[in-house]
Design a protein around this ligand. Sequence first.
Ligand SMILES: NC(=O)c1ccc[n+]([C@@H]2O[C@H](COP(=O)([O-])OP(=O)(O)OC[C@H]3O[C@@H](n4cnc5c(N)ncnc54)[C@H](OP(=O)(O)O)[C@@H]3O)[C@@H](O)[C@H]2O)c1
Length: 241
Amino acid sequence: MREKIALVTGGTSGIGRKIVEELLEKGCTVITCYSKTEENAKKLQEEIQNDKLFVLKCDVSKEQEVIHMFQTIKEKYGHIDYLVNNAGTFIDNFIKDFDIEDFKKVLDINLLGKVICTKHAYPILKEGGSIVNIASHLGVVPCEESPAYCAAAAGIINFTKATALEYADKKIRVNAISPAFTPTPLSLRGWKKEEIEEKLRETPLGRFCEPMDTAKLCIFLLSEEASFITGENIWLNGGRF
Ligand SMILES: NC(=O)c1ccc[n+]([C@@H]2O[C@H](COP(=O)([O-])OP(=O)(O)OC[C@H]3O[C@@H](n4cnc5c(N)ncnc54)[C@H](OP(=O)(O)O)[C@@H]3O)[C@@H](O)[C@H]2O)c1
């Protein structure tokens, strides 16, 4: 992976940050973006101190910003080998009470953000490249208080399969990972303490999914080791169905 160039969206926190760290560890050049939290972007750069890391501000739900990001990447690097569509947010509520603008926001970031990046990455994704979409456990099983997040994650899983068919024309593989609850700022903000404890009790392997679990699987799926795997969604759930 030493000469490869990767774009990881939302790499300034949680799961995305771990993926950024692992790719840098493997010798990749890594570009990442975030939409608002400058403090995390600065922290990432200060703590990593690696000239193969390039951090950009880009809201993945805004197509013009994404087009501009890919122009910048093209001018600086010429192409990318890998795209990890990770950026996401979480707003929960019962559908009866859901503010439709909030519902749209979740779909715009978690689903359309991945769609927009996938579309505009295509011209600069090298033949034989690879895309990993971070979906969610909640894209496979329903959760009554997270209808928007569930809908977006389920959408990503079949979008992954459809894109795998289309992007095979450039031998680009497209896969999804659906992690279970992972302690990160997103999930710790979204779930109550009792709900988190219940998830742990219900997990046969007796621990939470960690950002590193997703990062390691992501590296595998991006790499040549996974050269015949495309259109898959891999569920990281510790045995909790
Ligand atoms: N944590 C879990 O339990 C869990 C489980 C399954 C799947 N996932 C998925 O894993 C992914 C990462 O989640 P996480 O838990 O690591 O969350 P996190 O710690 O909150 O990190 C989210 C990252 O995405 C960025 N981001 C958010 N909105 C963005 C936007 N519109 N444009 C660009 N960047 C944006 C954030 O930066 P800014 O805030 O600066 O924008 C941050 O870098 C998400 O897709 C989430 O759905 C999480």
